[in-house]
Write a protein that binds this ligand. Structure first.
Ligand code: SF4
Length: 413
């Protein structure tokens, strides 16, 4: 799929959207701008160096075109061999991915890892290692039992007043610890009839006031398809808020175009849950994408999976949370890694997550402290976890330990 060194293909206007959902989904054929919508965006020094070495004929406009990024994504050992040296463990893992979560890395994200070593946290996010092929008895392909909570294709109705709507199985990068590794990256996509059935389900359940649009990554869909989905949901009177879960600002910040913002802003209140795992992901490009979204008026929250060797210590997590706030993203959830097959090398103990929360709370702004949760195996939902702050609690009083370890008392009467 990768077309490195084949820029002439793009420059000559040939359209090859292999694996890109952007032009494949149903939806109203509305044109928002008749001109070329690629905005003038920044190309960082780091990206410039990468382009000079590996895409010497590529213009900044092409690099900043999100569809170009998807067309040129790295999906095989041969692709990656052109830009970096893979370890034996990585090569063996990629060679054995049959039927598993595929490999896909945008050129933009590749520019962040091509000169890294094997333990680099960003590289570990996207390049599998041999341990991923090992499955333990506690791991399951669908640990949250989403399939059993799915009344119609694409909808997961687990909580009383809200639904998850997985609108695509495509992502621009595949994260090696993805909870939905059982379904994302497959060709199974929703057709027009599936969308209509999903909208009808939401419309006929008046208790649903909140719809979380996720995937895959919804922002790999083109603007017309997103408009079709959002307008259909927004037309349902009892839906009060819509959320979109996405990792796009991290892996494909070029996708956050003016046109996309114009489409999304028609559907306020619209919240975005952005997936981050490491402070190094917050580059100039990513910061610009987040700021654009914030300027569009969308409340931004972060979701982070606790990952061994990537973000499982207080300094890294604190730096991530601080950098998020600087780009106007409010830390929201820190997840204990789900029990998906081959995730053992990513999982920490729950104790580690509690230690991290303890190392944040009181030591930095409350806004920088996410809620640590376990998404209960079997579909029990998100359950928050807190370090032990309560020392004693009875009818008379509660005795608490503060962040400095000092005891404080508060009367119950
Ligand atoms: S972007 Fe989200 S849905 Fe896609 S692979 Fe990563 S975690 Fe999974």
């Amino acid at each position: 799929m990768n077309t490195n060194n084949n820029e002439a293909t793009t420059l000559h206007g040939e359209s090859r959207l292999v694996g890109c959902s952007s032009d494949e989904e149903p939806g109203a054929k509305t044109t928002y701008f008749s001109h070329n919508e690629i905005p003038v965006q920044l190309v960082s020094k780091r990206s410039s160096e990468f382009i000079r070495r590996f895409f010497p004929l590529t213009s900044p406009d092409s690099w900043n075109d999100w569809k170009w990024q998807l067309r040129n994504a790295y999906t095989s050992i041969d692709d990656l061999n052109k830009i970096m040296k893979l370890s034996d463990k990585e090569i063996m893992a990629i060679n054995n991915l049959k039927g598993r979560l595929p490999l896909r890395i945008t050129p933009y994200f590749a520019s962040l890892i091509y000169d890294s070593n094997y333990s680099d946290p960003l590289r570990r996010n996207v390049i599998p290692v041999l341990e991923e092929l090992l499955q333990t008895s506690t791991e399951q392909s669908d640990p949250l039992h989403e399939k059993s909570f799915s009344p119609v294709k694409g909808i997961v109705h687990r909580y009383p007043d809200r639904v998850l709507f997985t609108v695509t199985q495509v992502c621009s990068n595949y994260c090696r610890y993805c909870t939905r590794s059982h379904s994302v990256g497959r060709l199974d996509k929703l057709g027009r009839q599936d969308f209509e059935k999903a909208f009808n389900y939401i419309a006929s359940h008046t208790e649903i006031r909140d719809v979380l649009i996720s995937g895959g990554d919804p922002l790999t869909l083109n603007d017309e398809t997103l408009d079709y989905i959002l307008s259909s949901i927004r037309s349902i009177e009892h839906v009060e808020m819509i959320r979109i879960g996405t990792r796009i600002p991290v892996v494909l910040p070029q996708r956050i175009t003016d046109n996309l913002i114009n489409v999304l802003r028609k559907y306020h209140p619209l919240f975005l849950s952005l997936h981050f795992s490491h402070p190094a992901e917050i580059t100039e490009e990513c910061a610009k994408a987040c700021n654009k979204l914030a300027d569009g008026g969308f409340p931004l929250g972060s979701q982070t999976v606790l990952l061994k060797g990537i973000n499982d210590n207080v300094p890294v997590m604190k730096e991530l949370m601080h950098k998020l706030l600087k780009v106007r993203v409010r830390p929201y959830y820190l997840y204990q890694c789900d029990l998906i097959p081959g995730s053992g090398h990513f999982r920490t103990t729950v104790k580690k997550g509690l230690e991290i929360i303890k190392g944040l709370r009181g030591f930095t702004s409350g806004y920088a402290v996410p809620t640590f949760v376990i998404d209960a195996p079997g579909g029990g939902g998100k359950i928050p976890l807190l370090p032990e702050y309560v020392v004693e609690h009875n009818d008379e009083h509660i005795v608490l330990r503060n962040y400095k370890g000092e005891l404080c008392e508060y009367p119950e009467k």
